[in-house]
Write a protein that binds this ligand. Structure first.
Ligand code: 13P
Length: 255
């Protein structure tokens, strides 16, 4: 059985006081929820204080990116050992905004995954097609290429630490959610690919989140699909009520 996993990607939002207000509110609302794994992913500079504020609750903390070297002359970057020490458990890698604006590729995502795993971080690896690619009928080919490139050279034991987030780019921040059937189709393909590449047991264990305009109102419909194991939430993770609403709606859905 796969436990549902809801993660909030705060992107470039929230100062330290704002981040603390949000995490304290979430702790009050959903800090004792055990049926669902919960993570919040603040801006790197807020990680340590947000992690402290989660205390012994079930809310864990993730970063939004790392560089693949641990230390060195890489101005402006953060690394796996540094975010780990700050309290991160997870790290989002290969988000489409990073691929689009900051040059992340399947090859660099692969290096970042290996760096994260070396330091016992749990990667949330984002993949997804653009509107142009979907309209050209290339969705599955794009997803396959992203999987092959991002997960190249990983062992089954390493893949067990990974969550995949399927985020169709056209559904991110647009209010335009993929239909549950559209999302399920791609999630089923990803699981099928995992089975071919790493075997049935691993494919059955890996959680595949959906991301793209998830809100409390569409959570049940999406997460009831057999291969959708949670959500990576952007806009709706920035307020206590909307993020807590998603988590509460996810409780009780079984895989
Ligand atoms: P929205 O939920 O704002 O569409 O963002 C999704 C996302 O990019 C999460 O990583």
């Amino acid at each position: 059985m796969r436990k549902l996993f809801i993660a909030g990607n705060w992107k470039l939002n929230k100062t330290i006081p704002e981040a603390l207000e949000l995490v304290n509110g979430l702790r009050r609302e959903v800090g004792d929820v055990e049926e669902v794994d919960i993570a919040v992913c603040p801006v790197a500079v807020c990680l340590a204080e947000v992690a402290d504020a989660t205390g012994d609750s079930n809310i864990k903390v993730g970063a939004q990116n790392i560089y693949w070297e641990d230390t060195g002359a890489f101005t402006g970057e953060v690394s796996a050992p540094i975010i780990k020490e700050a309290g991160a458990v997870y790290v989002i890698l290969g988000h489409s905004e990073r691929r689009q604006f900051f040059g992340d590729t399947n090859e660099t995502v692969n290096k970042k995954i290996k760096a994260a795993l070396k330091h016992d971080l749990l990667p949330i690896v984002c993949i997804g097609e653009s509107l142009e690619e979907r309209e050209a009928g290339k969705t599955i080919a794009v997803i396959q290429k992203q999987c092959e490139g991002s997960f190249a050279g990983l062992t089954v034991e390493e893949m067990e630490k990974i969550t995949i987030a399927y985020e169709p780019i056209w559904a991110i921040g647009t209010g335009k959610t993929a239909t549950s059937a559209q999302a399920q189709e791609v999630h089923a393909f990803i699981r099928g690919w995992l089975k071919k590449a790493f075997g049935a047991d691993l494919a059955n264990d890996v959680r595949i989140q959906y991301g793209g305009s998830v809100k409390a109102e569409n959570t049940v419909e999406l997460l009831s699909q057999p291969d959708i194991d949670g959500a990576l939430v952007g806009g709706a993770s920035l307020k206590v009520d909307s993020f807590a609403g998603i988590i509460k709606n996810a409780v009780g859905i079984k895989k």
